[in-house]
Structures are given as structure tokens and as C-alpha cells.
Write a new protein. Structure first.
Ligand code: SAH
Ligand code: F3S
Length: 462
């Protein structure tokens, strides 16, 4: 059967920001071939599924979505179906066996090869591109990337992960760490700022473990260099590893006002015993001390974290310590998950008793309700404050806009929506607070002329 060159593509994305950026890279390569995006699967003649395998549920979902797309393919045999992301890496050749009409498989480290893989398919070959080539052999294609949205540009600075957290599958799906050179990162950020993005988000599984391959400059140096670039309103980065967060990195929060007063710092558990079994390489004391120094460096910084409940061997007492940690730190938000056993991970061999599902469920709900109380109180204390809000979308109800405060809180407010303000900065006063969002009103009716834009982009260099 001859396969026609596709005209319309659709990329479906699951998982983290790295996957989101990978999907943008996949899309840009297709657009350079003259293939146009569509959000309607019925119109697409090339569908890519970018999968996530961090928890079992997400991995199962990948196969069930593939199953649904196969049904489309039965009706339209010319439809091309590509399997990408972390489950694709994990499965490799197996995926072609399990899903016989799959056209190709691409792991996260080989996203840059999509065009060649597609060409091979058109001459009859079903390629499985997995594994981890050296950074120098990887095709980043950054200058030609089709970035989604109008306000935030994501930039990968380090790929893969060298940590050995016993619950985590990421090191085997994204491979060992590969650092991108400082100059490449700076020129990509410059390019995005020139294009008009106001916010830059630096990405990595352990973003603060980055080092320049040539000079060994560390993440504190990179933050300093990026934050000093002209025209950068907001700088964020995700995900930081507590043990790798040096005082020089902490100091950058005081030095540059355009580094957002927000940090995602996964702790996973409040029990040192569990942290040890998780192989995290730090105890809660290090975490508490780091948070104190961060709050000293940037008073009012909003912190968020990841927590796993029901890790094998976790007792009620261990779980209580996690609740105590939440009460002590008072996070602005918490992402909490039930432990999910992953193939090939060391936690499977710990020889610890499994936590019964009902207990894990109950612990998760207890944690959520405590966090909800904490968040409600924190957010209520913000009523009356004015934030510079970056508009990210139209609001759900007519005549409203939605945006993010510098501390990354979601805020909805009424505004003239006849003009597109998406990607603009607007001063908004908080009127009401909910656990997960704020409601506000604009403070300067004559916006945008009256806003002093220099405020957020000038670094405070001491
Ligand atoms: N450094 C990564 C972490 C990837 S996994 C990052 O960029 O976020 C994201 C979160 O998923 C982890 O912090 C952890 O809390 C959770 N997680 C990872 N493996 C898990 C598992 N097996 N079961 C439950 N949650 C898990
Ligand atoms: Fe996973 Fe730990 Fe790395 S959570 S991504 S192994 S830092």
C-alpha cells in the first residue's frame, strides 16, 4: 500500500512540561514539512500520542488512547499513527507488537528525528527510535520551534535524570543527564524574548543540577545570566532538587526581581525514614533549612511541592510527619499522589509491606483537606493586595480574563475582552479568595498606558 504524504496532524500530550515542549518540537517539524495542525482527529491524517509513564494510570491511558485511534484507522487506513513519549521509550519494539498497525515509535531523546522517521514510513519502514544519543547528536531545532501560547516560552536546559529515587521511572524513560551549553541556552532565551515572550521557564527533571559542559558554570550563574537579559519580565524554572539548591542559587531570588517569587520544590515525604527508603538523599532538616533561607532571600515567596502517600512501609506515624511538614511549611499548593509501583524501579525490591489501598486513599484525602484549609487561609490573607498579572487566557464567563500573579496564583477578573490582552501585564487587586484561585478587579481603568513596565524587568543588583 502506498502511503500519502499527510496534510493535517494532531499531537495529543500527556504528562509534564518536558512533554509539552517535546510536543511543540514535534509540531514544528511537521509544520516545516508543510503539514498543518488540526484539533479534530477526524481531519488528521497523522496522529502523534505523546505519552507519560510516571504513574501506572497514565501509562494505561496511553494504550487505551492508542486503541481509540486504531478504530479511526480501521475506517481510514491511510491515517498514520505515531507513539511518542515515555511509555513509547519504555515499550520500544514491544509497542509495534502490541499495536500492529502503529506506524512508528519515538522516545523522548529522539524527538528531533521525526522528519526522517516520517520519510522512512512513507517508503514502507516502521521505525522504532528509542534510546539516548549524546546531546551533540540530538537535534534541538530550537530556532524553528513553533511555540504555543503568547506569553510563556519554555527552554530545556538539562535532559534526563541521574538521581535514583526508588519510586521513579523517569531515569529509565528519559535517560542519563545531558546538559545544554550555556551559550545555546542564552541565545534561545534571547530569541524568545525578541519574539515577544514575557515569561521564560527553564526546564529539567533536576533543573538546578545543570552545569555548563564547557566551563562547569552552575545553575546560579545561569540564573544570573538569564535574569539579566533585557526585556525578561518573569523567569521561572522547574523542577528543583532540594539537595542541589546552593546558597548562591537562593541569593538570586534577592538579586533579581524578575525571578518569580515562586518555587516548586518536591519533598515527597515528611518522614526521614521514608525519605531514606525513597533514596532521596536528604532529610527533612535540610528541607526546612533551605525553606528558611529562601524566605529570607525573598520574603513572601510562594512554595509548592510534590508528595507521595502510601509508599511501601509508610506507617500512620510517617504519614503524620508529612501532615506536620505541610502545617509547618504552609505551601501555596501541593501536588499529592498515591504511590504507584513502576516496572524496573528499586522500590519494588525494598521488601516493605504494601500500604493497603483504602489506607492510601484515606491518607490522600486527609492530606488534601488539610492543605485546602491552609491554602484558603493563605489566599484570604491576600485580599486587598495588588498584583501585576500576566494574562494567560480569556476567562470562563464572558467579559473576564484569567492570568497568573508573579507567585503563580490563578486570578480571574472582569475586563474589556474586545481587545486581546493575552500576554499582557495588568495590575489587579484581589477582591475574594478561594483555595485554588483568586478573584480580582483591575486597578487602573486607563490601562495599559499607565503601567510602569520597568518595575518588573529591572534586576535589583546589590
Ligand atoms: N523531577 C521530576 C519529577 C518527575 S515525577 C519533575 O520534573 O517533576 C513528578 C512527581 O511525580 C514526583 O515528584 C513524584 O511526586 C511523583 N511520582 C513519581 N513517581 C511516582 C510513583 N511511582 N508513584 C507516585 N507518584 C510518583
Ligand atoms: Fe525521578 Fe527523582 Fe529524578 S523523582 S526524575 S529520579 S529526581
Amino acid at each position: 500500500m502506498t502511503i500519502d504524504f499527510p496534510k493535517r496532524f494532531l499531537v495529543e500530550t500527556w504528562g509534564c512540561q518536558m512533554n509539552e515542549l517535546d510536543s511543540q518540537r514535534l509540531s514544528s517539524q511537521l509544520m516545516q514539512e508543510g503539514i498543518l495542525p488540526t484539533s479534530d482527529p477526524q481531519q488528521a491524517d497523522l496522529i502523534l500520542l505523546n505519552s507519560c509513564s510516571v504513574r501506572e494510570k497514565a501509562a494505561h491511558k496511553a494504550y487505551s488512547r492508542l486503541g481509540e485511534y486504531r478504530l479511526l484507522k480501521e475506517k481510514r487506513p491511510g491515517l498514520l499513527l505515531g507513539f511518542c513519549g515515555c511509555v513509547a521509550q519504555q515499550e520500544g519494539d514491544q509497542a509495534l507488537k502490541r499495536v500492529p498497525d502503529l506506524d512508528f515509535v519515538i522516545g523522548p531523546a529522539r524527538v528531533g528525528e521525526l522528519r526522517q522517521i516520517l520519510r522512512q514510513r512513507l517508503v514502507g519502514k516502521r521505525v522504532v527510535a528509542t534510546g539516548f544519543p549524546d546531546a551533540a547528536e540530538r537535534n534541538y531545532d530550537m530556532d524553528t520551534l513553533s511555540r504555543e501560547g503568547t506569553h510563556k516560552g519554555m527552554v530545556t536546559i538539562i535532559e534526563g535524570c541521574n538521581k535514583k529515587c526508588t519510586f521513579c521511572i523517569v531515569p529509565s524513560t528519559r535517560g542519563p543527564e545531558q546538559n545544554r551549553p550555556l551559550d545555546d541556552i542564552l541565545s534561545e532565551v534571547r530569541h524568545l524574548l525578541d519574539f515577544g515572550f514575557r515569561e521564560i521557564e527553564l526546564l529539567g527533571q533536576t533543573v538546578n543540577h545543570w552545569r555548563d559542559p564547557a566551563t562547569s558554570a552552575d545553575f546560579a550563574v545561569l540564573l544570573d545570566r538569564v535574569a539579566s537579559l533585557d526585556g525578561l519580565d518573569r523567569l521561572r524554572f522547574v523542577t528543583s532538587y532540594p539537595r542541589d539548591f546552593t546558597q548562591e542559587m537562593v541569593d538570586q531570588f534577592a538579586r533579581h526581581s524578575n525571578i518569580c517569587p515562586y518555587l516548586h520544590l518536591p519533598v515527597q515525604s515528611g518522614s526521614d525514614r521514608v525519605l531514606k527508603m525513597m533514596g532521596r538523599g536528604y532529610a527533612t532538616e535540610l528541607y526546612f533549612d533551605l525553606i528558611e533561607r529562601l524566605r529570607k532571600s525573598r520574603p513572601g515567596i510562594a512554595l509548592s511541592t510534590d508528595i507521595i502517600v502510601g509508599f511501601p512501609g509508610e506507617t500512620e506515624q510517617d504519614f503524620q510527619l508529612t501532615l506536620d511538614l505541610l502545617s509547618r511549611v504552609r505551601f501555596a499548593s501541593v501536588y499529592a499522589f498515591k504511590y504507584s509501583p513502576r516496572p524496573g524501579t528499586a522500590a519494588l525490591r525494598l521488601n516493605q509491606p504494601e500500604v493497603p489501598l483504602e489506607d492510601a486513599d484515606r491518607r490522600l484525602q486527609t492530606l488534601f483537606s488539610l492543605q485546602r484549609e491552609i491554602q484558603t487561609k493563605i489566599n484570604q490573607a491576600l485580599v486587598g493586595e495588588v498584583f501585576e498579572v500576566l494574562v494567560t487566557s480569556l476567562g470562563k464567563s464572558a467579559g473576564t480574563l484569567t492570568g497568573r500573579t508573579p507567585c503563580h496564583r490563578v486570578i480571574h477578573f472582569e475586563h474589556d475582552t474586545a481587545t486581546s490582552y493575552i500576554g499582557s501585564l495588568i495590575d489587579v487587586k484581589v477582591e475574594r479568595a478561594y483555595p485554588h484561585s483568586l478573584i480580582g478587579s483591575t486597578v487602573l481603568p486607563g490601562w495599559p498606558e499607565q503601567i510602569d513596565r520597568s518595575r518588573s524587568s529591572l534586576p535589583i543588583v546589590s
